[in-house]
Design a protein around this ligand. Structure first.
Ligand code: SF4
Length: 246
């Protein structure tokens, strides 16, 4: 890999990996920028792509692409989207032959979890669900101080426990785990410990109705342009030492 070069697809001026050409034509990959991962690390691309030679991986990827295709309809006036993510989830789970789904949800989205459970059960799935507060472990267990409690000092506040959520769903051998609204970082731990196939229905965004992209759509507007403002780390901020296992 070239020194000081790293993949930068988000700033690619050419996107030769996705040009509109006929099936019998070749993509001009040599025109990719120097920071293109295809140029920087061809061995990694070859090794990763070889994973699709495994029949089960190939089939899973194929079904995912079929699902992607089915989310559009092709009308005389053009291509139109037609399936929201929750229906995609149902369709994809059926395609994969999944019967038993696992729901790891945030206590703050308990109502949504109930509705989703009804929806999925009505579509023929069995739903195992685990709330983030499972374990009823006080936050002191992970070193949270009184003044860092959301309920305020003096209250018993149980911690979000994404590792237990993951291990319960692993133990239940669900066919597919679904994350619903886990907090930032708690979701990271859930993903790290989850050993069954996993997808995300929604991530938590307390301000934007669990639609974090709303912030990006507003970043160019005067109402939220502070998001784009260049800032530095607050003075005196000492980053903690995190082990490689986190
Ligand atoms: S893979 Fe290469 S060509 Fe495609 S977007 Fe990334 S940098 Fe651009």
């Amino acid at each position: 890999m070239a020194k000081n070069q790293y993949p930068h697809c988000a700033r690619c001026p050419r996107v030769v990996c996705f040009l509109m050409v006929k099936a019998d034509e070749e993509l001009p990959l040599e025109e990719a920028p120097a920071f293109c991962p295809m140029k920087l690390m061809p061995e990694i691309l070859a090794r990763a792509t070889a994973e699709y030679d495994k029949p089960e991986v190939r089939e899973f990827a194929r079904l995912a692409s079929v699902q992607e295709f089915e989310c559009y309809e092709f009308l005389p006036e053009g291509r139109r989207t037609k399936i929201p993510r929750v229906e995609e989830l149902i369709q994809f789970a059926h395609k994969c032959g999944y019967k038993r789904l696992g729901l790891a949800f945030c206590a703050g989205l308990a109502n949504e979890a109930r509705i989703l459970t009804d929806v999925l059960e009505n579509k023929g799935f069995e739903v195992v669900s685990v709330r983030c507060k499972v374990g009823a472990t006080p936050k002191e267990r992970i070193g949270i101080r009184e003044e860092e409690k959301i309920r305020g000092p003096g209250w018993l506040e149980t911690m979000c426990n994404p590792i237990v959520q993951a291990e319960v769903l692993n133990h239940e051998k669900v066919d597919l785990a679904i994350m619903l609204g886990l907090c930032m970082g708690h979701d990271t731990l859930f993903i790290q410990y989850c050993r069954v196939p996993m997808t995300v229905l929604a991530v938590k965004d307390r301000v934007f109705g669990h639609n974090p992209l709303a912030a990006l759509y507003l970043a160019g507007s005067p109402y939220y342009d502070r998001l784009m403002a260049k800032t530095t780390r607050p003075e005196g901020f000492e980053p903690p030492t995190l082990g490689s296992e986190v």
